[in-house]
Design a protein around this ligand. Structure first.
Ligand SMILES: Nc1ncnc2c1ncn2[C@@H]1O[C@H](COP(=O)(O)OP(=O)(O)OP(=O)(O)O)[C@@H](O)[C@H]1O
Ligand SMILES: [Mg+2]
Length: 275
């Protein structure tokens, strides 16, 4: 049952707390070499448009539904090729009450851009209080996600991903929401991330512990098991370790921890893993 007082607290914290805390986080990451992006982003982030139910209905009616239902759309596409992504905050206090996912998504897009990682750069953030939904608008990025690549060209999806993941980790990016549907690749082999609300940043390369956590995030995804297993988990981990420049003791640590967590024998030091 909806509690009005809770609703008020929820909306207020959405507006205030996130801004204060994010401001502190961003001041650490403030880009010096890209003031234009930062300035543009600041104005977008600070201005969450308030939409009425009528306006939301018009947005849904005027754009192509890509995912979700008309009542609860997930993704829409505009005639101009933009994507509109929706977020539905939970009806209970959680971290997303203080850090609304739509705003985190917008923040992460700018931080990733600063690190030269291609990802959606949010042009608009809006909230509809009566429908309790957020939306963000961003441009479609060229390419297809790695699940689509695998469906079209079996075996191609994971080939460059080991190196790309090692590069993200070198830049201090931990994409907790990583799966093969959230990584895009274009025809030239350039990678991009989408669905970027579940990310964290470090100002130095990720520790071995975080690398392990993130490999578990990726290699443990149920929906991608067929693709991952046919490529070979040991092969993937070996490719990742080589790209990340990990030494033998680090690789032995990953072998042990990943094997235990994934319930599969992983040996990235074996000739098979290094194939
Ligand atoms: N900017 C973009 N450019 C190109 N394709 C995109 C873009 N954003 C999303 N997509 C496509 O839409 C799909 C779904 O988008 P997204 O991952 O944001 O939605 P989702 O509902 O959160 O998906 P899931 O929960 O399954 O991860 C992606 O897998 C990708 O194929
Ligand atoms: Mg996704």
């Amino acid at each position: 049952m909806q509690r009005p007082m809770f609703g008020l607290v929820h909306d207020l914290t959405h507006v205030c707390a996130h801004d204060c805390i994010t401001e502190m986080v961003l001041s650490r990451h403030k880009p010096h070499n890209q003031p234009d992006i930062y300035a543009q982003y600041q104005s977008i982030r600070k201005h969450v448009e308030q939409l009425t139910t009528q306006q939301i209905q018009e947005i849904i009616a005027d754009n192509e539904l890509l995912m979700g239902t008309e009542q609860y759309p997930n993704l829409l596409q505009t005639d101009a090729g933009e994507i509109i992504k929706f977020f539905y905050p939970k009806n209970r206090l959680s971290t997303s009450t203080i850090f609304p996912k739509a705003k985190v998504f917008a923040d992460n897009g700018v931080l990733l851009r600063k690190l030269q990682v291609i990802a959606p750069l949010t042009k608009r953030v809006a909230y509809c209080a009566p429908r309790k939904m957020y939306l963000v608008v961003y441009d479609r990025i060229p390419g297809k996600d790695l699940r689509m690549w695998d469906a079209e060209e079996n075996g191609v999806a994971l080939q460059g991903l080991e190196k790309y993941l090692a590069e993200l980790h070198r830049k201090g990016v931990m994409f907790r929401g990583i799966h093969l549907g959230n990584v895009l690749m274009d025809d030239t082999g350039e990678y991009a991330l989408v669905d970027i609300s579940g990310l964290s940043f470090k100002s130095k390369p990720l520790s071995l512990w975080r690398r392990k956590r993130n490999l578990i995030n990726l290699l443990g995804v149920e929906d991608d098991q067929k693709i991952l297993l046919s490529y070979g988990l040991s092969r993937f981990v070996a490719g990742y370790c080589a790209a990340a420049g990990l030494d033998k003791s680090d690789i032995a640590y990953l072998n042990k921890k990943l094997s235990r967590r994934l319930g599969q024998e992983i040996d990235a030091l074996s000739p098979l893993g290094l194939q």
